[in-house]
Ligand binder design. Structure first.
Ligand code: MD6
Ligand code: FE
Length: 144
């Protein structure tokens, strides 16, 4: 699982600062999608090896659910699963490729979603992996 902590529970060291370039890109992408004023305080990085998946979930650990999430996919393509506001609702799949960005907010902020097992492949930069970066406002209030 995951939780928001000031330091890395494995090393005990504080998390590194978010690179300014990435923070500014996330702000610009959110603004372009209709969420001005987005200012992420967290970037969660998930690294998938071939066969890795993420079960159906929704993102509920952020304080202010009116803030969107900016999701950047890198490396191998995956099948992203997108359902409804209830876990039991039917799901759709969409393919996310290297460089794809999802800005996720408003009425769909609490939609259940997941990632199907990563198919084998080779990416020219990331090899046999997929990386997903999600920029979030975990602690800050959002004033859009
Ligand atoms: C992933 N992403 O794409 C997992 N959550 O590997 C997420 O769980 C996610 O992409 C909230 C908003 C956007 C996301
Ligand atoms: Fe999620």
């Amino acid at each position: 699982g995951y939780g928001y902590t000031r330091s890395d529970p494995l090393s005990g060291r504080p998390w590194p600062a978010m690179p300014t370039f990435l923070q500014q890109q996330a702000q610009a992408l959110a603004a372009q999608a209709g969420y001005p004023g987005f200012d992420p305080d967290v970037c969660l990085i998930n690294c998938y090896a071939v066969g890795a998946k993420m079960g159906l979930h929704h993102d509920a650990d952020e304080r202010d659910k009116t803030a969107p999430i900016v999701s950047v996919s890198l490396g191998l393509p995956c099948s992203f699963v997108w359902g409804g506001l209830q876990r039991s609702e039917p799901v759709r799949s969409l393919r996310l490729e290297h460089g794809d960005v999802l800005v996720w907010g408003g009425a769909s902020r609490m939609v259940f979603h997941g990632v199907r097992p990563l198919p084998a492949g080779q990416h020219h930069l990331l090899g046999a992996e997929r990386w997903n970066l999600t920029f979030r406002m975990a602690q800050r209030p959002y004033r859009g």
